[in-house]
Design a protein around this ligand. Structure first.
Ligand code: GDP
Ligand code: MN
Length: 393
């Protein structure tokens, strides 16, 4: 689960990481009010969306007067910002964060992630901040420092200082940098974070270290023990298709294609998506309905897939081990009758009670395209999608 920049900064400030003074605003009036509270004659207006790279998309603006703050707020609020991290659908801006500006001498990069290989928390830092880590990795790979934290000991002062020296910071900054690194590590650890990124972490002209940006995401499996973090959830930033599905206990990931997938088993779902691509199509989603899916659950899966307007064909692919093909067939019919399926439907059933499942579909009199193998199912769904799309456009 992701949180907003201002929320991440609030957590960081509790661990004595320095952040600029700022305030939240939901309207242009509030934005100018926040600016006057902060004082000074320059402010940064920042769109709060769950994405980085807002700057390049018009979501970060430096303003020199009240009216500029108000104009920037007017421009951003209610807009769907499309950054290269949001996907083409973009993310709605409904909150702004107004901050004092900071005189930057140098931009650093700081990230904390879980390194799967070493099974440890890893600190990633670079003196070439400002650009994204992928770009740093490409252009300045030698500038990247990686350090593994021992989980028993936690981050130690000497390790933090070593990283600070590695960043080439001058002596007067080493102590501050070590405090910042240790603070960041503790926030990450104490709240079960999965990722923390401060880009840029800046060295100011008056020789301070300030977190100018902050991105944080959390391990959803640990949210039950972090009620304070779960309360920071902002559903408006999530893919509405995914929220709809997860609220119904379905494992769903939204994609940009038009062939909706209803599949049991994550492995089969991945393989089916590959087969759709090989057949020349694009999946609209990943969806694993799980084993032992009742007709009600299958109908729910149809609702989730059809909630996506892009869907022009549905492919149901079930290999029933724990599941039963007759249940799935009943679920398919339930969905056709209750939910209303207005797009072509391709069904491939295999495994337990397959004959019974096929018979139920055949006897129903409903229009279902039946396939025997996975490859055939993928080909037939791409074909059905093309015919449907041609007729529609
Ligand atoms: P992102 O584009 O979503 O990563 O948003 P950031 O918060 O990182 O802001 C983008 C860029 O705006 C930063 O990398 C800075 O270069 C610039 N920026 C943000 N705040 C300030 C500020 O107070 N002063 C100055 N000079 N630049 C700022
Ligand atoms: Mn940034």
């Amino acid at each position: 689960m992701d949180i907003h920049e201002y929320q991440a900064k609030e957590l960081l400030s509790r661990y004595s990481v320095h952040i600029p003074r700022g305030g939240l605003a939901y309207s242009p009036e509030q934005a100018t009010y926040r600016a006057s509270e902060i004082g000074g004659d320059r402010w940064v207006v920042k769109a709060q969306i769950h994405s980085g790279a807002r700057g390049k998309a018009g979501g970060v603006r430096i303003c020199k007067s009240d009216s500029e703050v108000s104009e920037a707020a007017e421009y951003m609020l209610g807009r769907k910002l499309v950054t290269h991290q949001t996907g083409p659908r973009g993310k709605l801006v409904s909150r702004l964060y107004i901050e004092e500006t900071v005189d930057i001498r140098q931009e650093l990069y700081l990230g904390i992630v879980l390194d799967r290989k070493s099974e440890r928390v890893m600190i990633v830092a670079s003196a070439s901040g400002g650009m994204e880590i992928e770009e740093i990795a490409e252009k300045q790979p030698d500038s990247i420092i990686r350090a593994i934290v021992d989980p028993g000991a936690g981050m130690q002062e000497f390790q933090a200082r070593e990283i600070a020296f590695g960043l080439g910071l001058e002596n007067s900054l080493i102590g501050k940098a070590a405090d910042t690194l240790i603070g960041c590590y503790r926030v990450f650890r104490d709240f079960d974070a999965a990722m923390l990124e401060i880009n840029p972490l800046v060295v100011t002209r008056d020789n301070n270290l300030i977190a100018l940006d902050a991105k944080m995401s959390f391990d959803e499996n640990a949210l039950y023990r972090r009620p304070e973090i779960s309360e920071l959830r902002d559903k408006s930033q999530e893919d509405p298709r995914e929220t709809f599905a997860s609220d119904r206990g379905l494992s769903y990931v939204g994609l940009d294609g038009n062939i909706g997938c209803i599949i049991n088993g994550a492995g089969l779902a991945m393989a089916t998506m590959d087969m759709i691509k090989i057949a020349g199509g694009m999946p609209a989603n990943f969806l694993d309905i799980g084993g032992g899916a009742s007709p009600e659950r299958v109908a729910k899966a149809f609702r989730a897939v059809l909630a996506d307007d892009n869907v022009e064909t549905i492919l149901v692919n079930i290999f029933a081990g724990i599941n039963r093909c007759d249940w799935v067939a009943e679920g398919v019919l339930k969905a056709i009758r209750e939910v209303g399926v207005h797009v072509p439907l391709v069904v491939r059933l295999a495994g337990t009670n397959v004959e019974e499942g096929r018979r139920i579909l055949a006897d129903s009199g409903e229009k279902v395209i039946v396939a025997e193998t996975l490859a055939e199912a993928a080909e037939k769904s791409v074909e059905a999608m093309r015919t449907f799309a041609e007729r529609k456009h």
